[in-house]
Design a binder for this molecule. Structure first.
Ligand SMILES: [Zn+2]
Length: 81
């Protein structure tokens, strides 16, 4: 493999993991708004359940993507393979 920047053949391939935390959208906020109405109607017992769902929901939002990157040992240029 040849570096597209400097033309050097001294290139190594390495795995880079990227953790992206997605931000909540409008639909998510609408859902929370409804939750507050339900909590007012049913009571504080529901909060425990909702918080549990909320935590699980939050956990699922974090996703890890692994990409292979080629790194030039000559100029430090990095690009996706
Ligand atoms: Zn290079």
């Amino acid at each position: 493999m040849v570096c597209p920047k400097c033309g050097s053949e001294n290139v190594s391939i390495q795995a880079v993991s990227i953790v992206s935390n997605q931000k909540h959208g409008l639909i998510w906020w609408l859902c929370i708004g409804w939750w507050w109405l339900i909590i007012k109607l049913i009571g504080w017992i529901c909060i425990g359940i909702f918080m549990l769902v909320f935590k699980l929901f939050k956990k699922n939002k974090v996703k890890t993507t692994v990409h292979s990157y080629a790194v030039c040992q000559n100029c430090g240029n990095k690009w996706k393979v």
